[in-house]
Design a protein around this ligand. Structure first.
Ligand code: AMP
Length: 575
């Protein structure tokens, strides 16, 4: 592997980037830096954000700048104000020890007067968004006649944002003889047109394969009914307790709605979309960048300028129609040597899109089932316990308080204290998932296929619509259900606590006021007998073979967490 010195980078820049922590060049830098330093005329570089492309073009551009000649020598065009500031900031960092170099970001939404003043004093490198640059050219405050190098960064994004004509116009102000460098994450047809029109025999550099998503990103999808998409989102977010993610929505309205709902439901979320003022957008992005926000709900356009390296998850709240957008979204995670996950919550009609995107990114999606409530609670609990183990204790600060805390809690056993700490943190979540219905997964295949396969498998439903038990199992009815606070784990615990020996429990169907569960046929009689005559407070428990079909009276009290007993016996309910 080469070093920056071997690539020909000058000592002043080497010193600056070493201080930034760049130890070795990244692949795009190894490819691009020597080419630009050797004056290769035109270069197309296919590279995602996060690959180190800013330094790949920034370093040689700085090095090639003739500081004695105070007029624009390099023009870098990019799609958004945020990216513009980011690039200008990075170039300023790389040139810390290059004397007298002047770099100016030029973008809409800020005072044009101050940009004009700086331009009049003279600059070497302009980083610009197209609209503001054209405005300045028309006011004759900037001349591009001495520009020898032009960079089009995130070219595919610029075209997506409708800057094609602006780019044509800007290029018409540049000298015929200049070198052009085009960076793009993908290579749609329109980019090929630009390269044919403006470039001469360009050198093509591909980092990763063409149109391929970053290798460090896993692609997962969850299929749900459209009505369950939000509930699914909540479960997924709960399933990843340390998520630092961006949730992409299709419209501004949907973005705001989802962010509002998440906020109401107690999540650390905020929205980013075009209906917000620039100041509001800056504020939200700042919060997210500083990790003062866990979930950013955003439209594609608004999130474009956001440059964050440690996003753990991207959530596609529905898939975009334009698959290039999927590549951009997923490219926001798994950056700078980290791994990331791109999650898509889709409904059945979007399955075809998954297949098409798989072809585009040349990677398979993993299909996952929406996490069940008990699994989520367990994951959150262990994450919390993990945090307790790792938390840094400020001994000096809490030492003086400890004696009175110990005195107050001395009547509690260690186990009770742990239970209380965990309950304090988790009662709400546990209760929510006890009450929440599991999300039903839609069938992927057509109705006909479903009917055919049902016929083959031997339908589990009987003529009257009731479900037949699995082979070797009996289906039992019990007169408690979700309304009583029952969940699968509590039901299994309840049965196993009372029936002697281990009872393997099969399918469980929880209804509002009653439930069904399947047990091995040979154990069914024993289980029915065990519960015969048992009471939960003043309510008689009914457990019987499901076919008998008797419906119970409605429960009066909550089952979950209540005592139950065989009239005389009172035990604690375990969950
Ligand atoms: P970019 O693709 O330009 O957005 O860069 C992604 C991230 O990688 C930025 O945070 C850069 O500061 C960082 N970076 C760029 N080059 C290097 C390098 N050679 N070594 C370490 N980090 C780098």
């Amino acid at each position: 592997m080469s070093t920056f010195q071997e690539l020909g980078v000058m000592p002043e820049i080497q010193q600056a980037i070493t201080e930034l922590g760049f130890e070795q060049p990244m692949p795009v830098q190894t490819e691009v830096i020597p080419q630009l330093l050797a004056n290769t005329r035109d270069i197309i570089a296919l590279a995602q954000t996060g690959t180190g492309k800013t330094a790949a073009f920034g370093i040689p551009i700085i090095q090639k700048t003739d500081v004695k000649h105070l007029s624009p020598q390099t023009l870098i065009l990019c799609p958004t104000r945020e990216l513009c500031l980011q690039i200008a900031g990075d170039l300023t960092d790389y040139s810390t020890y290059v004397k007298d170099i002047k770099i100016l970001p030029v973008y809409g939404g800020s005072s044009i007067e101050s940009q004009i003043r700086t331009l009049k004093r003279g600059v070497h490198i302009i980083v610009a968004t197209p609209g503001r640059l054209i405005d300045l050219i028309k006011r004759k405050t900037v001349s591009l006649s001495n520009v020898h190098t032009m960079v089009l960064d995130e070219a595919d994004e610029m075209l997506n944002m409708g800057f094609s004509e602006d780019i044509d116009e800007i290029l018409s102000y540049l000298p015929q003889e200049r070198s052009m460098l085009l960076f793009s994450a993908t290579m749609p047809k329109e980019i090929e047109k630009i390269t044919r029109k403006y470039m001469q025999d360009p050198k093509e550099i591909t980092i990763g394969r063409k149109n391929e998503g970053a290798q460090s990103v896993r692609h997962i999808y969850y299929m749900v009914h459209a009505k369950d998409k939000y509930l699914a989102l909540k479960r997924i977010v709960d399933y990843y307790p340390n998520i630092y993610g961006i949730v992409f929505c299709r419209t501004r309205k949907e973005t705001q709605e989802i962010a509002d709902k998440l906020l109401q439901d107690g999540y650390d979320a905020d929205s980013l979309h075009g209906d917000l003022s620039q100041a509001q957008r800056d504020f939200v992005m700042g919060k997210y960048r500083n990790h003062n926000l866990q979930l950013l709900v955003a439209t594609d356009v608004a999130a474009r300028g956001l440059d964050v390296d440690d996003v753990t998850h991207i959530v596609n709240f529905g898939l975009p129609d334009d698959f290039e957008i999927y590549t951009h979204r997923s490219g926001r995670t798994g950056r700078a040597g980290k791994t990331g996950t791109s999650i898509s919550i889709i409904h059945t009609k979007e399955k075809g899109k998954v297949t098409q995107i798989e072809k585009l990114i040349n990677k398979k999606f993993e299909k996952r089932e929406i996490p069940k409530g008990d699994v989520i609670c367990e994951k959150q609990l262990f994450n919390f316990v993990d945090k307790i183990e790792k938390v840094k204790v400020n001994e000096a600060e809490i030492e003086r308080l400890l004696p009175s805390i110990f005195r107050k809690l001395e009547w509690l056993e260690k186990e009770d204290i742990i239970k209380r700490i965990v309950s304090l943190e988790f009662n709400r979540l546990i209760e929510y998932y006890q009450q929440a219905e599991e999300i039903e997964e839609p069938q992927e295949s057509s109705r006909r296929n479903r009917e055919e396969s049902r016929g083959k498998r031997g339908d589990n439903r009987q003529e009257n619509g009731a479900r037949k038990p699995e082979k070797g199992y009996a289906r039992l009815f019990i007169n408690v259900g979700k309304m009583d606070g029952v969940n699968p784990a509590s039901l299994m615990g309840f049965i196993n606590d009372n029936v002697k020996g281990k009872v393997p429990i099969g399918r469980i169907d929880l209804m509002k006021s009653f439930s069904f569960f399947e047990v091995p046929e040979e154990l069914a009689g024993k289980i029915v007998n065990t519960f015969r005559g048992m009471y939960i407070e003043d309510r008689k428990l009914v457990v019987q073979l499901a076919q008998e079909g008797e419906r119970p009276e409605k429960g009066k009290k909550k089952f979950f967490g209540n005592d139950y007993g065989n009239k005389s016996k009172k035990k604690k309910f375990r969950y």
